[in-house]
Every structure is written in structure tokens, then in C-alpha cells.
Design a protein around this ligand. Structure first.
Ligand SMILES: [Zn+2]
Length: 669
């Protein structure tokens, strides 16, 4: 029996790892996501029932490592050297001459490889199992981040070749689209943005909770190997070996001459904008390992390889003006208004100037000819000034100490170097707040886009969020281009928004640091706005996923007493928005309170959704798969594998009749 189970666990682990490989490395999945999830759930259930049979290379072991407070420092077996690098073709030619002079009468071939702009990582495999992952650090020693590395699906937990002891090096990176998505999420949460994908990769690898790392969609390209009894004689063979062992390797090509190298360089310099990830240049390596060895090392780097970097995308143009943008929480950010200029496939008319300190340090003046640059950053930035082109009458830019919108005075946050308008009735902030409130992931109010917001605010119809709910057909009729039909649409949209649950309302209020995720967490944890506002810093900090910095800042941003805040009072009592969690409100102590419930099979009296809604109303939580965290399984007709799993895990099971009896007891059936 146990042996059967052990075999099934091994077979499932192998099969799932094979599917991960096909999906992430080969980009050629052969099963659906649902099928994958089903197999994974089966494996999880078996492993939970038989913890002693869990294999270290099981896909379930990729996540769930426990958070660490710091990473141990580990010495590298062989130092991780950096490569000489240059932007100049002459330097590459000089490198080639040195190589050929050191290897007289030998043919030299190079491997041309894309240089991914990521974070270097060393992986140690023993008997083909991943045992350790160490960051480059200072090259001699780095941080051991094995639990985080295990979450990266393109890092095999077990090599596809048995009995291998080796060190593999490569680059962890984030694709540009994942980076953009991550930053969009952070922007919505009013959090600090990552400058570029490398930055966000480094930040992700430093996270102390592997479960969070797993959500960052990190990837890995391998480009170096040191294996016991390796047998490879060329770098290009090493790359093939790495590929055969289940790793992704960077795009590469063998080149017999420097002319080939330059042709490829030119090709990628032009085509790099189309790659899904950032490359900052290419690497040129001598292909023969024996030649590499004889060429040896300088103190810092191997003599057999160099990085030939791409220039950043840059353009020169005139700085026409500096606009100040006021965000919904009052942060005032300077934006460069430029004479439009083409750059990396798009026309750039605006660029980031970061903050007042930055403008001052670079002495950027209106009328200057500026250098703008676009790296992995979302927005291009001004990186320098051509002083020789400065007009004679230019003056140093004085960062205003007044809000451009309300003329109120700006305060400076010492920590953030951000200027902030603290006027809660600031018109610009009001517009941003209204836009945020109406957004799809907030109150989702149809017909309340930026143009309508602008009209409502400009006409003085809406001075705060609560005024929205006092709009009517007559008052809207006064607006230009607002027909009766669109007016009615907007009013219907506002009406519907009153049904939005408390966590949405909490997010929509636009409190600093309260993004969608934090809003859900806080709503669930505290149940109502009143209780949230009464919470102490310590209570906020004790909330799952909220760190000390955010807790302090959130504490300062929350209104003291919602009842004394006119806008909140009206939103709650006149507009009747949801200021409490519904489940909390209607949840009498029931059989389902605080329980995690799974529904399976067919119920004759309820659809699954209806049953789930009832359970949630009664204070329970429903999930779709059975795990050791499941408290209760509702099993209808034809309940299949979930029922079996629940029984294997000793989870309590209710049939439909017992379920209905409990609903009746709670007074909802
Ligand atoms: Zn203002």
C-alpha cells in the first residue's frame, strides 16, 4: 500500500515537473492549466497524508518555504568574476588582437551571446538535485537564497540527467510585461515603483517570503557550468548540455570572425526592442575551454570573454516646460514637457524629472537642450543637459512652494524627497480622487470617466466624493454634451456602486497605501471602517502582509473618527455605501463561521455559487480545492475525487441534507 502511494507520488512529481518544463522552458504545454491544477491537487493531498514521502524535488516544494529574517552569507566555491565591458568597437577589436596574440597559430572561434540585464545567480546541484542558490554578492561571497530560487519555474529542482554534481551560473530576470504589470499594481497601491526590470528582479530576490517571490514571475537563463567530469571541450557544448539538462540558455551563435560578431551585434542593437526581456549588450566568449584556460584571468575578470554593451536609447531635444502633476494623495511630481522626439520606436513628448532635488542637482532649466534616455524604465527620463546649448537668458529652475492647482503651500517629506499638497480640498487632488473612485477595480462606475470628472469638478457640481451621490437628472442637465441618456447612465452607475462590498469602498476612498490587496486584507481583518480607524499601529502591523513602514504611514493616513468626517459621514449615512463587511454584518454564529469550506458534486437545491454565497454570508470562506487547511466539505451528488481526498485528510463532510439543516439552524434556509 505505502509502496503504491510512494510510486504514485513519485510519478505525479515527475509528471508535474515535466509539465512545468514544457510550459516554462519549451513554451509548449501539452495539458491545460486545469488538468495541471488537478494533478497538483492530487499530489498535495497525497503528500499531506504522507509527509514522509515528500520528495525534495516535488513541485509542491517550490513554494511554501518559511520566511527568513535574513539570508546567510556563503562563500562561492569559485569566485564569480565580472566581465570587462565596453561600448566601443575599438575595444572589442583590441580584445580580439590580445586573444589571437596569446594563442599564436591557433584558430579562434567565439560564441556570441545575448547579455540579459538581470541578477547573477549560482546554483549548486548535488546528485542532480538543487541544494543551494547563492547571489553573486561581492563575487567572493553572496547571500544564500535557495528558497527563493526554488520558486522560479525555469530553475529545475532536479536536472534532466542523473548523478550530476555541478555549479551552474546564470541570470535571473523579469520579462518586460511582468515588470510593467508589477509596477502598475504598485502604482495602484500608491507604492514606490521599480526603475527597471533588473531593479525589480533584485528586489524580488531579496524578499523574505518565498510565497511572494513566487508571484513575481521570475525566470532564469543559464550560461556557465562547472561539472565534475564534465567532458565538454567548448563553451557552445556547455550551453547545449545546460539545455539538455532542462535549463533555458540565452540566444547565442558561434562566430568564426569578428566581422560575424559585429554583424550580429548590429542586428540585435536594432532588434532588441522587440525581445520580451531587456538586454544591455552581448557577451563574446572564446569557444574552446582549453583556450579559455590558457588565456587565464586578470585580477577581476577572465581574459577570454568580454561584454560589448549597447548604448542606452538616447535622444536630444529641447525642454519646453516643466509641468507639475498633482496625484490623488497630493504628491507633486515634476514632468518634462519636450519638443517631441522619436526614441526606441515611439515619439516622446514627456519625460520624468523625478523630484525637485534631481532638477536642482542636474541644474536642469527650461529652454535647455536635454538628453533623454529610455532603458527598461516605463517612462523615459531626463539624464543630462547640454550646457553648451543653454540660452543666455536662462534662469535656474525654482521649484514652486505652492501647489499648481490650489496654490496651497507644499510640504516636503524628508524621507521621500516628495513635495506634497496637504490641502484636502485641492481641485487637482479632487479630480484624481474621483477618477480613482470611479475606476473599474474600485467602485466601477460606468459613465464617470476623466472627461466627465473634469466637467463635474470644473462646474462645481462635485466638490467631494459624497457630492457624486447627490447628482440628479436636473443638475447633470446643466452640463455641456451630457444628454439625458448619458446622465441616466451615470446615475444608474452610481446607484449600482452602492452595492460594492466594503473592501472595494475602502480601496476607492484612496487612502495612501491602501491598494486593492491591502484593502481586502484590512476589510477582512477589521470588518468595518470604524473598527479599522480605531486600530492601533501595532494592530495594523500585526495584519498579514502589512509591514511596519506601511503600518505607520497607514495609521497616519486613516481618519481619526469616520463619524466626524463630513464626507465619510455622508457616504455612509446618505449614500449608504457599504462601510462594513457584509458577512460580518449578517453572520450569526453558525456552523460555518471562520471555516474554510469546499463544495463539490451537485446540490439539488442550490447552485454552487448560491451555496458559496450563503456560506460566506454565514462567516465561512469557500475555496475550490481540498487541502489540509480545509475545515469542511459539502458533498452533493456524484462527489468524486475531492470527497476521497477530504476523507483521506480527515476533513469533516456534510451531505446536502446536513448542509440544509445547518442553513436552517442559521436561519437562512
Ligand atoms: Zn493643491
Amino acid at each position: 500500500m505505502t509502496q503504491d502511494i510512494a510510486q504514485r507520488i513519485a510519478a505525479l512529481a515527475d509528471e508535474l515537473e515535466e509539465h512545468l518544463y514544457r510550459y516554462h522552458v519549451l513554451d509548449a504545454p501539452t495539458i491545460s492549466d486545469q488538468e495541471f491544477d488537478r494533478l497538483l491537487a492530487e499530489l498535495q493531498a497525497l503528500e499531506e497524508a504522507h509527509p514522509s514521502l515528500v520528495r525534495p524535488d516535488s513541485p509542491t516544494q517550490r513554494v511554501g518555504g518559511t520566511p527568513t529574517s535574513d539570508f546567510p552569507t556563503v562563500r562561492h566555491a569559485r569566485p564569480m568574476l565580472s566581465l570587462d565591458n565596453s561600448y566601443s568597437r575599438q575595444d572589442v577589436e583590441a580584445f580580439d588582437r590580445r586573444v589571437r596574440q596569446s594563442l599564436p597559430d591557433e584558430a579562434v572561434e567565439y560564441v556570441f551571446e545575448l547579455k540579459i540585464d538581470g541578477v547573477a545567480l549560482s546554483l549548486i546541484y548535488q546528485d542532480s538535485l538543487l541544494v543551494r542558490a547563492i547571489t553573486r554578492g561581492d563575487g567572493v561571497q553572496g547571500d544564500e537564497i535557495t528558497a527563493n530560487a526554488r520558486t522560479i519555474p525555469t530553475i529545475p529542482l532536479r536536472l534532466r540527467q542523473s548523478g550530476v554534481n555541478c555549479e551552474i551560473r546564470g541570470e535571473v530576470y523579469m520579462e518586460i510585461s511582468d515588470f510593467a504589470q508589477l509596477n502598475a499594481q504598485r502604482a495602484a497601491d500608491d507604492g514606490p515603483l521599480f526603475a527597471n526590470p533588473r531593479n525589480s528582479t533584485a528586489g524580488s530576490l531579496k524578499l523574505q517570503n518565498p510565497n511572494l517571490v513566487a508571484k513575481r514571475n521570475l525566470r532564469f537563463f543559464a550560461y556557465w557550468i562547472h561539472a565534475e567530469g564534465g567532458g565538454q571541450t567548448r563553451h557552445s557544448e556547455c550551453l547545449e548540455t545546460l539545455r539538455a539538462w532542462g535549463l533555458m540558455v540565452p540566444e547565442h551563435q558561434r562566430c568564426a570572425s569578428l566581422a560575424d560578431v559585429f554583424a550580429l551585434y548590429d542586428h540585435y542593437a536594432a532588434a532588441r526592442a522587440e525581445l520580451p526581456y531587456e538586454i544591455d549588450g552581448v557577451v563574446i566568449k572564446v569557444d574552446s575551454l582549453s583556450q579559455q584556460e590558457r588565456l587565464g584571468y586578470t585580477a577581476k575578470s577572465p581574459r577570454s570573454a568580454m561584454a560589448y554593451k549597447f548604448p542606452a536609447y538616447q535622444a536630444r531635444t529641447r525642454l519646453l516646460d516643466i509641468h507639475l502633476q498633482v496625484g490623488r494623495t497630493g504628491a507633486v511630481t515634476p514632468v518634462a514637457v519636450l519638443d517631441p522626439v522619436p526614441l526606441a520606436g515611439s515619439t516622446i513628448a514627456r519625460a520624468s524629472l523625478h523630484n525637485a532635488d534631481e532638477i536642482h542637482r542636474k541644474d536642469i532649466r527650461i529652454g535647455d537642450t536635454v538628453l533623454i534616455e529610455k532603458g527598461g524604465d516605463v517612462i523615459p527620463k531626463v539624464v543630462g543637459v547640454d550646457r553648451s546649448e543653454r540660452p543666455d537668458d536662462s534662469a535656474e529652475y525654482a521649484f514652486p512652494n505652492q501647489c499648481p492647482s490650489c496654490k496651497g503651500s507644499l510640504s516636503r517629506d524628508a524621507e521621500e524627497a516628495v513635495a506634497r499638497c496637504d490641502n484636502s480640498t485641492c481641485p487637482a487632488q479632487l479630480r484624481r480622487r474621483l477618477e480613482h473612485f470611479a475606476a473599474r477595480n474600485a467602485m466601477d462606475i460606468e459613465g464617470l470617466g476623466p472627461a466627465v470628472v473634469e466637467q463635474l469638478a470644473a462646474e462645481g457640481l462635485v466638490k467631494d466624493l459624497s457630492d457624486l451621490y447627490e447628482l440628479n437628472v436636473e443638475s447633470l442637465g446643466a452640463l455641456e454634451r451630457m444628454g439625458e441618456k448619458s446622465a441616466q447612465n451615470l446615475l444608474d452607475g452610481l446607484d449600482r456602486s452602492k452595492e460594492q462590498p466594503f473592501d472595494r469602498v475602502l480601496f476607492a476612498l484612496g487612502i495612501r497605501h491602501v491598494g486593492t490587496t491591502v484593502a481586502r486584507t484590512l476589510a477582512r481583518e477589521f470588518g468595518s471602517l470604524d473598527d479599522l480607524c480605531k486600530a492601533s499601529v501595532e494592530e495594523l502591523e500585526a495584519t498579514h502582509e502589512i509591514g511596519p513602514t506601511i503600518a505607520r504611514s497607514l495609521y497616519a493616513s486613516l481618519p481619526d473618527l469616520p463619524a466626524l468626517d463630513r464626507v465619510l459621514y455622508k457616504l455612509k449615512n446618505k449614500a449608504k455605501l457599504q462601510f462594513e463587511m457584509e458577512a460580518e454584518e449578517a453572520a450569526p454564529a453558525s456552523h460555518f463561521s471562520g471555516k474554510t469550506v469546499v463544495i463539490t458534486g451537485t446540490l439539488s437545491g442550490y447552485s454552487r455559487d448560491e451555496a458559496a454565497a450563503l456560506i460566506e454570508r454565514l462567516g465561512g470562506k469557500t475555496t475550490s480545492s481540498v487541502s489540509k487547511n480545509t475545515d469542511l466539505l459539502i458533498a452533493g451528488e456524484k462527489a468524486g475525487s475531492k470527497l476521497a481526498r477530504a476523507q483521506a485528510l480527515g476533513v469533516a463532510v456534510l451531505d446536502e441534507a446536513a448542509f440544509i439543516a445547518q442553513l436552517q439552524e442559521a436561519g437562512v434556509a
